[in-house]
Design a protein around this ligand. Structure first.
Ligand SMILES: O=C1OCCC/C1=C\Nc1ccccc1
Length: 474
């Protein structure tokens, strides 16, 4: 259709230009190239592996090489290079010999797995000796797994922080899956990115406004409904009532949505007066009557740690509080707060700590996060790299590696790699020294077919944080 993201559905064109010339650069009689993907380190010491299944299903499965795509690629690359470097023979071979199915094998750690950095996360190799050049042709697409993996990792790290405070200040962890709501759709670089990143957040949480993420989980992870949201105002639905009409706008919200939580952004003019005189004043009796779901007051400006605690203080004064078993204050069940401005891994701990200092339970608050959750990340956040570690040249296996004297942090792994898991600890075994049956890398793709189709439920189980896993066992 040509309307696809990036203007093409032709996988021969889904690569970096220089890779089109690489089939001529390997040693003569190369028959195998084996490469791997890892996080070399970065912001977090372990990663939540997620998103490879999408890339495989979206781009690699089935007879993806066709006569038409070869012709199109030939035309494009001849124009792009101004010379004939395109491997027409190689692609025709895949079409004729393999019916357009990619003669390639991908072995990966199960989706949702939590793996310390500097471990092999997946390997790629050609399955037909004539197609040695294919392995690294797909680096470009496969390395894009950095995005869902890094979103899932960063989102999960926030879950650990919230869980810690919830455990310390609340009597129940039940609402943890709703404590970080995805506000990020508009702040992502495309609808496709929103879908990929939105799904990655849903590995750890259920609260989202990023519908593209819901749809991604439905289409690529067999999950009918991966998350929920609630009726909520935005500034326009409040400010169109006029600055003197805010109370009527608020009244409309709580009368229109009586059957469950409803969120109302309350900082259009004066959040303090909105809490004191409207929610806690003129509309107080209406709020108190809410038994099927709280009114959720939403500040959206000011310094988050201060604003949250001041809003809680006003609402606590107006609606009363109870003290839970952990000795922390809890607002009346008819009212809660959501903070969706300025939330990130770096900032949410400060807010929760300030709440705790003022004796407020984490139960009272939910977070929303947008740009920091889905966009303010890059491939370097977790130093994601794809490198060749093994090849067969002239029938002989060779361990392949780089070891730059200018940055030993970029040193790559050597030989055939396997990933072993012993007593909960991962070890990457190099140079083919691993025990094949101990390898936890699963063959997820082979010769154009998906061999493992992970369910979102299983992925969520794999990714569950320790604090919750331990509680479930207890
Ligand atoms: O502010 C926003 O920016 C952009 C995305 C959605 C959004 C708010 N949504 C919401 C959902 C549930 C409770 C409260 C608010």
């Amino acid at each position: 259709a040509g309307l696809e993201a990036g203007g093409t559905d032709n996988i021969i064109l889904c690569t970096d230009s220089y890779k089109v010339t690489h089939h001529k650069q390997y040693p003569p009689n190369t028959t195998n190239v084996s490469s791997y993907f890892e996080s070399r380190g970065g912001k977090f010491p372990e990663v939540c592996f997620f998103g490879l299944q999408y890339i495989i299903k979206r781009w690699l499965c089935g007879p993806v090489v066709t006569k038409e795509k070869i012709a199109e690629a030939k035309e494009v690359y001849n124009l792009h290079f101004g010379q004939d470097v395109f491997n027409e023979e190689g692609w025709n071979y895949i079409l004729e010999k393999h019916g357009g199915y990619l003669p390639m094998r991908i072995k990966a750690v199960p989706e949702g797995s939590i793996v310390p950095v500097k471990n092999v996360l997946f390997t790629v190799e050609n399955t037909d000796p004539k197609c040695f050049w294919l392995t690294n042709y797909f680096e470009t697409l496969l390395v894009q797994v950095w995005y869902p993996m890094t979103v899932a990792t960063n989102s999960r790290a926030q879950k650990e922080i919230i869980a810690k405070y919830l455990d310390e200040t609340s009597d129940s962890m039940a609402l943890l899956p709703y404590k970080l709501h995805d506000f990020g759709f508009r702040g992502t670089s495309s609808v496709e990115s929103a879908g990929i990143g939105g799904a990655a957040h849903l590995v750890n949480f259920r609260g989202t406004d990023t519908i593209a993420g819901i749809m991604m989980a439905r289409k690529y992870y067999n999950c009918k409904m991966a998350g929920e949201s609630i009726p909520a105002a935005e500034h326009s639905t409040i400010t169109t009532w006029g600055s003197t009409g805010e109370v009527e706008a608020f009244r409309n919200m709580i009368e229109t949505f009586p059957n469950g939580p409803v969120a109302c952004v309350s900082d259009s003019y004066n959040i303090w007066e909105a809490c004191e005189k409207v929610w806690g004043g003129e509309l107080k009796s209406l709020v108190m009557k809410r038994t099927k779901g709280p009114l959720v007051v939403r500040p959206d400006s000011g310094d988050p740690p201060e604003v949250v605690v001041k809003v809680l203080a006003i609402l606590g004064d107006k609606f009363g509080t109870t003290t839970n078993k952990k000795g922390y204050k809890l607002l009346s069940p008819c009212i809660r707060v959501i903070q969706g401005d300025g939330i990130s891994y770096e900032s949410l701990g400060k807010i929760l700590e300030n709440m705790k200092k003022n004796n407020w339970s984490t139960d009272n608050l939910t977070f929303g996060s947008g740009g920091a959750l889905l966009q303010r990340l890059d491939r370097d956040t977790q130093k994601c790299a794809f490198k060749c570690s093994y090849a067969i040249v002239n029938g002989k296996g060779v361990d392949v590696f780089k070891e730059p004297i200018t940055d030993l942090g970029k040193k790559s792994k050597k030989g055939k790699l396997t990933l072993e898991l012993e007593d909960g600890k991962y070890t990457t075994v190099q140079q083919g020294k691993g025990v094949p049956k101990k390898d936890v890398l699963e063959t997820v793709f082979e010769n154009g077919k998906l061999l493992k189709d992970y369910s979102f439920e299983d992925i969520r189980k794999n990714a569950e944080i320790a604090l919750v896993k331990n509680q479930k066992n207890s």
